[in-house]
Design a protein around this ligand. Structure first.
Ligand SMILES: Nc1ncnc2c1ncn2[C@@H]1O[C@H](COP(=O)(O)OP(=O)(O)OP(=O)(O)O)[C@@H](O)[C@H]1O
Length: 483
């Protein structure tokens, strides 16, 4: 039997703080049982329980989950083979390793056929057991993770903090769970505000490999070429004017975790070559530094741009695109998942509810308006609208007039002359005029694709007046340029 001292330098296989793994040793001889327990405890730094036969083991397995069961085959009462059979039949989510004497090798081989992970001889080196246990625990953890993800996937509208009832998004969840135990590079494509960063975080959290490491986001569009290089790769002291200190770049910061390259379509060509090299070689040098730095990072990139167009126009390297696009996730815009509006509204209401006050509700007309709005800014725009409504609603009910004008205006426009005798006539007239003016202006902007001069000609107003009204109604001119 192995001696405890032999394994003192082995590392724990479970670096994830979220999954607490436990081991069960099943062995009838007290000395062997205790020395195995001490060995495993020391080497794996995990909780280890023991049982003297199969029946006691089953009782323990019914009480708490064990990631790994290490069992002898020959024992009184219930032997190892019967225990294995029961674990298989009852679908107990434990991985089994068999320890056996020379005489029982055929039984151990039979146990392998029944689905046990592996077997080893009692005369084997202790290190062999430790290595086997480490491998088995790692694989178990991945299997448990995937099972937990699948449960989330089919059990509701939330998947690692991403809310959705939409079948299109459920396909995305399925894809994330499929790639959870890989480190494949992922490319997320979606309009602004569709939740690209949120999904990138879900990918990071879904994987036991990355989750215990950092999630490092970089907005590539926020830097010019030189700054982006030093942002990503860091620099050595004195490598350029102003580099008065050594700087650790984002790639290095993300070691062991995920680097999220947002707005990848905006990376200048010369930087694209450098990125490609890092993705291929998994190492790089700091700016002004000679020593190559090895990194173990999952890269998730995102863009709202049409990558095919960028490649066609010669603005993005195809080879880099292929590297990034190993797994591609297309996020649908909010207007293509109307079933999500209510779920998200309720989520944001809870998020923005004022402490100490009741969580607001939404009146049916306001909810209808929220569901019908086109949401060019997608979930972020919806989030802002709900935040504003939570602040302005007075009696704990969000009504149409608490919504931004462009959304409220759509409802009022449906029946602009509805008379409300509880409010003074001038107030209602002013609202109707404003709603009509806003609709007129939006239509003119749509026709002219946001061109203020042309819009002035159509409306008969001055350019200045158009600009003032655009500000007054909080209209985003850029929304019309894209149409
Ligand atoms: N499915 C979702 N469930 C809950 N919140 C979400 C969801 N999707 C997005 N959000 C929230 O909406 C906001 C915008 O999301 P995010 O920043 O991930 O979008 P984005 O596509 O990366 O935006 P941009 O293109 O502007 O970078 C964030 O506050 C995020 O938390």
């Amino acid at each position: 039997m192995p001696s405890p001292a032999a394994a003192s330098d082995a590392a724990s296989p479970d670096e994830s703080p979220q999954v607490q793994q436990r081991v069960l040793v099943v062995e009838d001889l007290p000395d062997n049982r205790e020395s195995l327990k001490t060995l495993l405890k020391l080497a794996l730094k995990l909780e280890v329980d023991t049982a003297e036969d199969g029946a006691k083991a089953l009782a323990l397995l019914a009480e708490r989950p064990y990631s790994l069961v290490i069992t002898d085959l020959q024992m009184p009462r219930m032997d190892g083979m019967k225990l294995i059979q029961k674990i298989q039949d009852d679908g107990i989510p434990s991985t089994v390793i068999v320890t056996t004497g020379h005489g029982s090798v055929p039984d151990a081989v039979e146990a392998m056929r029944m689905g046990v992970y592996d077997f080893l001889l009692k005369t084997d080196e202790p290190q062999r057991l430790i290595r086997m246990a480490q491998r088995a625990l790692k694989e178990r953890r991945l299997q448990d993770e995937v099972a937990a993800l699948r449960e989330q996937l089919h059990g509701g509208h939330t998947f690692l903090n991403v809310l959705s009832k939409s079948p299109k998004m459920h396909d995305v969840f399925e894809l994330i769970s499929q790639i959870a135990d890989t480190t494949a590079t992922v490319m997320i494509i979606g309009e602004t505000g569709t939740g690209k960063e949120q999904v990138a975080r879900a990918i990071h959290d879904s994987s036991a490999e990355t989750r215990s490491g950092p999630f490092v986001p970089v907005n590539c569009a926020a830097f010019n070429e030189n700054l982006l290089e030093s942002e990503l790769f860091g620099h050595e002291k004195g490598s350029f004017t102003g580099a008065d200190k050594k700087r650790v770049g984002r790639f290095e910061q993300a070691h062991g975790g995920t680097l999220f390259l947002d707005e990848i379509g905006d990376v200048p060509m010369s930087m694209q070559v450098k990125l490609l090299r890092v993705l291929q070689e998994r190492r790089f040098e700091r700016v002004g530094g000679g020593e190559p730095i090895e990194i173990d990072v999952r890269v998730v990139a995102a863009t709202h741009r049409n990558m095919d167009d960028l490649i066609r126009e010669g603005k993005f390297r195809e080879d880099l695109y292929f590297r990034l696009n190993v797994v591609r996730i297309d996020l649908p815009p909010l207007r293509d998942r109307p079933e999500d509006v209510e779920v998200l509204v309720n989520h944001f209401i809870r998020k923005f509810a004022r402490p100490g006050r009741a969580v607001p509700t939404v009146d049916p007309e306001a909810l209808e308006a929220l569901k019908k709005a086109p949401w060019p800014g997608n979930i972020r725009q919806l989030e802002n609208a709900v935040e504003r409504a939570c602040v302005t609603c007075k009696d704990g009910v969000i009504r149409v007039h608490n919504l931004p004008r462009d959304i409220a205006g759509r409802v009022e426009a449906k029946n602009p002359f509805q008379v409300d005798l509880s409010r003074p006539l001038p107030d209602q007239l002013a609202e109707i005029t404003a709603a009509f003016e806003e609709r007129y202006l939006r239509k003119a902007l749509r026709k002219t694709r946001g061109h203020v001069g042309k819009c002035a000609t159509i409306t008969g107003l001055s350019r200045r007046s158009i600009t003032d009204k655009i500000a007054q109604y909080k209209i985003e001119k850029s929304d019309f340029k894209k149409d």
